[in-house]
Design a protein around this ligand. Sequence first.
Ligand SMILES: [Fe+2]
Length: 242
Amino acid sequence: MKFIIFSDVHSNLESLQSFCSVTESILHDKKVCLGDIVGYNADPNPVVEWIRDKTDFALAGNHDYSVLNKTDASYLNPAAYQASLWTRRNLTNSNKDFLNALPIEKEEDGIYWVHSSPFEPKKWHYVLTKKNAEKNFNYFDQAICFVGHSHLPGIFEKNKNNKVYSHDTTKEELDPESRYIINVGSLGQPRDGNPDPVFVFYDSVSHIVKFFRFSYDLFITQQKIIACGLPYTLADRLRNGL
Ligand SMILES: [Fe+2]
């Protein structure tokens, strides 16, 4: 089965629109969103409605939970917290209902899907290091797990000899005898120093994984952030990809 997997759209409509045109030409069976649909940027309603209508399934992330008051938002940085409160005021009730019904983890098609981490997914841990990954491999049974949350794309591999490696996004062929935790990065607020959004194509038959990057008109996204009265830093960081 062929998947297009993306995460952390964070109400960025312009990125999502470019994503639609890029993915049109990629043959796939399912589109999967790994959560953090809202927060930070200025278009929560059209983004939630697109996710509702166009994905095969979606998860919720910590920013979605924060907007719904389902998790402690006090750990968010001040700009993120302000955006969370703004989103809570501006999201329609039916879109809140949609987010409220989303799981934060799922097992489907022999794959484990989670927004944050297999270990204590509701505590929103990050999987950033080989040491983090080593622990997290003990908390799911499948050969492959896809995560978002950190906005940092990359691959952790545990081979048949139980050695854990990290790979950058150029790796394409997965070893059928290894297990993997794959972070798909972010569509709405990339943080690896590259402002271009990123998503993953995965073919479970050929064991090919491919990271795609594309550009979009982030100036419009920045203008909307400023026009809504959201913190300027949220517009600025899109330009830097940080
Ligand atoms: Fe996020």
